[in-house]
Design a binder for this molecule. Structure first.
Ligand SMILES: Nc1ncnc2c1ncn2[C@@H]1O[C@H](COP(=O)(O)OP(=O)(O)O)[C@@H](O)[C@H]1O
Ligand SMILES: [Mg+2]
Length: 457
């Protein structure tokens, strides 16, 4: 049986899309009604309200076995909505975004990649009450003794650690192996630490805030002096994903103690995660859940461009949705009737998804924006990028937004800003926009040029 130990917080994945940094949430009021401009979102009220209901369903755990499809033209905010859903759910709920085509790699089976991402989207909150010694370190003295094996030098026979809390102090006499952990965690006098009584694992909580004014430039976390006795029961909460557990248990391990486990996490090595390992991890996890030690936190798996999946992946998806520990799956597609990848017949299916999957989907439609909405979105992006744009330039950008796409209009913003800066102006003017329009083709003009040039570039 695998042993599940503490795992360090691993950032499941950084949110990659800087294009959406202005999106801060769905921007709904307490009745679930979309405010016109809120949370970085502009317009698209129906889709936002629908997503608000979905967030409520997820929170009340009534979404299992179902998935959501965001359908709409490119640039209508599907990815932004998925991101907003995850923001509404909060940072403790895992969110794993992938693009349909990511599944196809030469090295790993596509269903295995899909499985991995499913497990990235399933969180586990482990709560344990442990017997600990906690306090601010006031003394840290290793005591040496003659080497019992003879030979030269001295060995550390034990270490004296003095811990202080608001209630009192206690001196502990600890095993030398714990001294090694203390050194690895770089603990010094003035730190707040706890030592697990059973395992001897040492954890540094932060620096005692009594030392807070020592230096100004420090990336330190200051924590208050712990209350209560030094020796007590403490509830320790950790959020991990099933994938974290798979990875932590797949690596060849130096030792069974927590620290060597942590050390493994710091030097990542690719090891195959087998189905056998996953089911072993599942067994331990469900035991933890039965015992009330852990709680399952289903997160969100977002699959963009779902029409890129093939029939094999869809079959897998259908089955995975039925599992009792499925995350919430959000799909996005900008296709109408398309043939499904991997099928021989040319029958078209809506959004390139098989019928049996479509049946389980809650479909949310995103609509194109009007000029006024596009203008507001561009304005928001401009202020985020630190650009001021004249009214005239805004108008012509929003015309591009209508005629070409919102994305094209947003993309012109940054180069236009550079042009105006080079010209020594503080504002982006209409001339800058027009110049950019000449310099950078949109997709339609580019296609037209390609067609006219008959195969030559
Ligand atoms: N309603 C909206 N309010 C604010 N910004 C939006 C809105 N809709 C889309 N955007 C922004 O427009 C750009 C394109 O949207 P995106 O979500 O990528 O479209 P899609 O995924 O539907 O192709 C992104 O930068 C996104 O943040
Ligand atoms: Mg998108």
């Amino acid at each position: 049986m695998v042993q599940i130990s503490e795992v360090k917080d691993v950032q499941s994945r950084e949110s990659r899309t800087a294009a959406h940094t202005h999106i801060k949430g769905l921007g709904l009021d307490e009745h679930g009604i979309a405010k016109r401009v809120e949370g970085g979102f502009v317009g698209q009220a129906d889709a936002r309200e629908a997503c608000g209901i979905i967030v409520d369903l997820i929170k009340s755990k009534k979404m299992s076995g179902k998935a959501i499809l965001l359908a709409g033209a490119p640039g209508t905010g599907k990815t932004a909505l998925a991101l907003a859903i995850s923001q509404e759910l909060g940072p403790k709920v895992p969110f794993c975004p992938i693009v349909g085509s990511e599944l196809f790699s030469a090295e790993i089976k596509k269903t295995s990649v899909l499985m991995e991402n499913f497990r990235r989207a399933i969180g586990l909150r482990i709560k344990e009450t442990k017997e600990v010694y906690e306090g601010e370190v006031i003394e840290l003295t290793p005591e040496e003794a003659e080497n019992p094996l003879g030979g030269y030098g001295k060995t550390i026979s034990h270490v004296i650690v003095g811990l202080k809390t608001a209630k009192g102090t206690k001196n502990l006499r600890l095993d030398p192996s714990i001294y090694e952990s203390i050194q690895k965690e770089r603990i010094s006098v003035g730190d707040v630490i706890y030592i697990e009584a059973n395992t001897g694992a040492v954890k540094r909580v932060g620096r005692s805030d009594a030392y807070a004014t020592e230096f100004d430039l420090e990336a330190e976390e200051y924590v208050p002096l712990p209350k209560g006795e030094v020796h007590k029961k403490k509830e320790i909460v950790q959020d991990v994903t099933l994938h974290d557990l798979d990875v932590a248990n797949a690596r060849p391990q130096g030792g069974q103690d927590v620290l060597s486990m942590m050390g493994q996490l710091l030097k990542p090595r690719k090891t195959e995660i087998t189905d056998k390992l996953r089911s072993e991890v599942n067994k331990v996890v469900s035991k933890y859940i039965d015992q009330g030690v852990a709680e399952l936190v289903p997160g969100v798996l977002f699959i963009d461009e779902v029409n890129m999946l093939d029939i094999e992946c869809f079959t897998y998806l259908n089955r995975a949705l039925e599992s009792s520990i499925a995350p919430i799956v959000v799909l996005a597609s900008n296709r109408g009737m398309t043939s499904i990848r991997g099928t021989d017949d040319e029958t078209k299916a809506p959004h390139g998804c098989p019928r049996d999957l479509i049946d389980r989907l809650l479909i949310v439609k995103t609509l194109p924006y009007n000029q006024e909405e596009i203008k507001t979105i561009i304005n928001k992006r401009a202020s985020l990028e630190g650009l001021s744009v004249t009214q005239e330039a805004l108008d012509s950008l929003s015309v591009h937004g209508i005629n070409v796409s919102l994305r094209y209009a947003l993309q012109l913003l940054a180069p236009a800003g550079i042009l105006s800066k080079t010209a020594g102006r503080t504002e982006v003017t209409n001339e800058d926009v027009q110049e950019c329009e000449v310099l950078f083709l949109d997709s339609r003009r580019s296609i037209k040029i390609l067609e006219e040039s008959k195969g030559y570039l």
